[in-house]
Structures are given as C-alpha cells and as structure tokens.
Design a protein around this ligand. Sequence first.
Ligand SMILES: [Zn+2]
Ligand SMILES: [Zn+2]
Length: 398
Amino acid sequence: MSASTTIEQRVNDALPWIVDIRREIHRNPERSGQETKTQALVVARLKELGVEVKTGFYGTGVSGVIRGSRPGRTVGLRFDMDALEMQELNEHEYKSAVPGMMHACGHDGHTAMGLGVARVLMGMRDELAGTVKLVFQPAEEDAQSGGGAQYMIRDGVLSDPSVDAMVGMHLWPDLELGSVGTKPGAMMAGSDPFIITVKGKGGHASLPHRTVDPIYIGSQIVSSLQSVVSRNVDPFEAAVVTVGVFQGGSRYNVIPETATIQGTVRSFDEGVRMLVRDRVIAIAEKTAEALGGSADVDYRLTYPPLVNDPGIYAIVKASVATELGAEKYVEVARPAPGGEDFAFFAKAVPSAYLFLGYRKPGETPVQPHNPRYDFDEAALGVGVRTMVRCALDLGRGE
Ligand SMILES: [Zn+2]
Ligand SMILES: [Zn+2]
C-alpha cells in the first residue's frame, strides 16, 4: 500500500482477517481473569505483525507498542478480552464452543479491533507521530474482584513508555451502525455495592421488650436510605441508591438475631460518589445504634464514574468526524448507568470513551448480556477506522 492509501482502504483490506479473529475468539470465550487462550492469540498476532509485546500485567493482560516515525505523544488504546458465564442461544457457525460461557458483551469484537488497529498502524508508521500502546485487558466484567484495569495500571502498563492520553470504546446498541458517539464529562456510572448486616438480640415474638429487633431496625435503615438522593445529593446531580436484598428471620414468631440488606449505588461524579458512601454508612450505623442494635457496613468502592477529559473529548470528536463524516458523529445525551473499569484509566491519564453503534435501521438490536447477543461485524471496521484516526490525531497532539 502506498502512503496515499486511506485508513478506510487499509481497514477494508484487513476486515476479513479481523472478522476471522473475532469469530475465533467468539468460539473460545474465557472467564474474567482466565483469558489464557485469548492472550496467546493476541500475543501471536501482535508478534506476527512485528509489534513489541509485553505481558505480565495482571495475569493475562498484554501491551503492544507501535513507534511512529516522528516524535509525539504516547496514546493508549484499550481493548477488553473477557466473556461471561452464560449459555449462548445463537446458532451461527461461530457459536461458543464452551458450555456455559459466552462473549455476550462484544469483548471478542473489541479484542479483534485491537489487533486490527495494530495491523493498520504497523503499515502507517511513516505517518504516525509519537507512540501507540495497545492495552489488551482482562476481567472487565469482574467488578467484584475490582476489574482488570486498576491491576494492569498497578503492574505498570501505563509506563515505559509513559501513556499521555487514552481511548476506550464499546460496541453500543443505542447508536446506529456506522456511527460513533461520546459526550463531555461523565460517560458511564460509578457502580458500588454494599452489604449491611444489622445486629440485634433475638427472642420470643411475644416479648419484644427483651429483644433488639433487627428487622425493625433494618426497615428504618431501608426507609432512611431514600433520603440520601432526595435530601443530600444536589438536585442538579444524579445518583441511584437501590436495595435489592432485605433478608432476616426464619419463623413468624421468632425475633431474629440479624438482618441483611444488600444494595448498589450508581453515581456520575466522584464527589457525589463519596457523599453517598458516607451517608449510607452513617445512616446504617447511627440508625442501628439509636435503636439499640448495631450495623456492620461492607461498602465496596468498585468502578468509579467514567469521566471524559474535556481536551481528549474534543480531539476524538473531531477525529470521528474527520474519519467517518460529521453526520456519523453522535453527541451522546446522557451517561449510561452501567459501570466500566476503563474509568480507572480515565482517572490515571486524560482519556475519552467512545460508543460504537451497531443498531440497524428498523431493527431492535439485541442488548449486551443477552444469550442471543450479536452485532453486525461491519461495526468492527468502523471501530478500527475510528481508533486509528484517534491514535494519529492524539499522537500529533491535535
Ligand atoms: Zn458487559
Ligand atoms: Zn462490556
């Protein structure tokens, strides 16, 4: 290919190879943190392309470094690799070969796009200013273990060379195939679970004055938690406090010793996130104390809100318009209430996160985490074009 070959032409040339890789990964889905076959595939393909490869980031994490011909910034591009413990119900020829495991969030597509970006950029090093670091991440879906992003950062993935800016992307059902979107500020929610164990003193249902009733205390806590959003959070900010589990007791005529409340908090701003955490803990502990019992609060800060950097947002927005056409850029109206551990990268370096559309006109797209999830593979070409253009523009600092 000559220097005048467009990104679109290069991506079209690579697309069958990218689709083959996507299907191979789709057939072999792997659990969060156990992406060994996927890692081997990523390493093998990167080495075939001549990319500098490093491993040893949180087990199966991989980085690939591509150096441009001119000085510039180091741009990180992140691709997640893990699948979900669920049975695929599709019958296509690349259906999961692993019972009870499925790529139902599109991370097979993300990983294949990362390799596509590597292939295209290796052919464009003459035009590349700076360095591109491809980050293949394990365990995005495993919020309970903290996700893979923060541990890849701990293991040094953002240094040597030091990453100046970062871009992440997710296949997205709410945008049309061919479009890419983002927004300024919060892009996805912080997602923090909590477990409150209310301790009382059990006894006979007919003698409540000789007990401390954890069900009554728990009821007051559940009610008072509703005041956090309505009375403590700024009305121009947003948060969710949901209790999904309230358990206690084993018989109608026994006051139990304990009751358990479990819930989740969603927030879009780090200050709001900490405010809600402090209020949930205080309400649980102080309400229980006031009523003669006690409460242990296990409040886990898992994924922070994913907030786009204003400068990187502006550059990637322009990159999308340049590469795909201004009409294909979508300014996303609201942050999504799901969590995404790219948020840890966005906290570490100025970053932006993009949604990659796969909805077809007139069709209802299958949502992620559905056993019939699938997407049009043409979206992969759009995603690779976008990422390559972002890397070139961010590398130049434009
Ligand atoms: Zn997911
Ligand atoms: Zn996902």
